[in-house]
Design a protein around this ligand. Structure first.
Ligand code: NAD
Length: 284
């Protein structure tokens, strides 16, 4: 069994990004990321603080627009439009979830597609599903980079993606398909989840349910990608896979924490750098 060390890979990627940002600075090109953070969800604040820290370490200028939970949708959209027009801002990220009175789809559509570093705008979603060059959501992009780094050939593999959200499962299934795998996309209404996972050469799970994938649901030698992040009452962070029991029968596995999470942040920096190059019409 090999541990897919996303933390180490993310560190290497971030070092390369830092170098490139330094080179761009010598040409008077700066890299800027704006984050919209609404309300006081503690997890969202932790994620945004991590993103800010990584930006700072890489030389990306970042600004967080913190807004109260009762802010109007119109004001949020106005702020995004201002950032769309601001040449010092290359990437815009809206931290989810949003308060229920705000229409998430409208807000995400307000982000300019060329600054959409999260890849959530329907323009980028459509391009991704057509296999065209676009901004790819950070978590699935990080998973694909991790698999590529370990030379895992996906062509012909039966893959089971568990969790079908717009930000994780759906784009991941699309990317796996483009690499020649045969994905099955499972979700809360899937009948007999185990019948799908047991057949899979690779299981990627992002649900938010600790221990959902148990040993008896996994084929011997399968590749396991655990995207879930759950905080137990004890304070311990765990994924969606029963790691202790599943790891010994897997061929490759991602630990939680310390693999997909750090890759997600590295991909945000990479997408922000990509946006900057695009906006300065530099070659990617
Ligand atoms: P979501 O709530 O939007 O979607 C959850 C998906 O899981 C849905 O498709 C739902 O149908 C499915 N699901 C729920 N219960 C299920 C069950 N018992 N069996 C099968 N499918 C089930 O969540 P999300 O935003 O996609 O996040 C999912 C998980 O991934 C969370 O734990 C989140 O913290 C984590 N996450 C991690 C990263 C990272 O960087 N590692 C990034 C994003 C999300």
């Amino acid at each position: 069994m090999t541990i897919l060390d996303g933390k180490a890979l993310a560190n290497d990627i971030e070092k390369d990004i830092k170098k490139e940002i330094h080179e761009l600075a010598t040409e008077n090109i700066s890299v800027g990321l704006a984050v919209v953070l609404i309300g006081d969800d503690p997890a969202s604040h932790v994620y945004v603080a991590k993103k800010e820290k990584s930006c700072e370490q890489s030389g990306i200028y970042s600004v967080v627009h913190k807004m109260p939970k009762d802010i109007s949708e119109a004001k949020v959209i106005k702020t995004i439009e201002m950032m769309n027009d601001n040449p010092n801002i290359n990437g815009i990220l809206v931290q989810l979830p949003l308060p229920t009175h705000i229409n998430k789809d409208k807000v995400l559509e307000a982000v300019s597609p060329i600054k959409d570093v999260d890849g959530f705008h329907p323009y980028n979603v459509g391009k991704l599903n057509s296999g065209l060059e676009c901004f790819v959501p950070c978590t699935p992009l990080g998973v694909m980079k991790l698999l590529a780094h370990y030379d895992i050939n996906l062509r012909g593999l039966d893959v089971c993606v568990v969790g079908a959200s717009n930000i994780v499962g759906k784009p991941l299934a699309s990317l796996l398909l483009q690499e020649g795998a045969t994905p099955t996309l499972c979700h809360i209404d899937t009948k007999d989840l185990a019948s799908h996972t047991k057949k899979a050469d690779l299981i990627a799970v992002g649900v938010g349910y600790p221990g959902l994938i148990s040993k008896d649901m996994v084929k011997e030698g399968a590749i396991i990608i655990d995207i879930g992040i759950n905080r137990l009452e004890s304070g311990k962070l765990v994924g969606d896979v029963d790691y202790e029991k599943v790891a010994p029968i897997s061929s490759y596995i991602t630990p939680v924490p310390g693999s997909v999470g750090p890759m997600t942040i590295a991909m945000l920096l990479l997408n922000t750098l990509k946006a900057t190059k695009l906006q300065n019409t530099k070659q990617l």
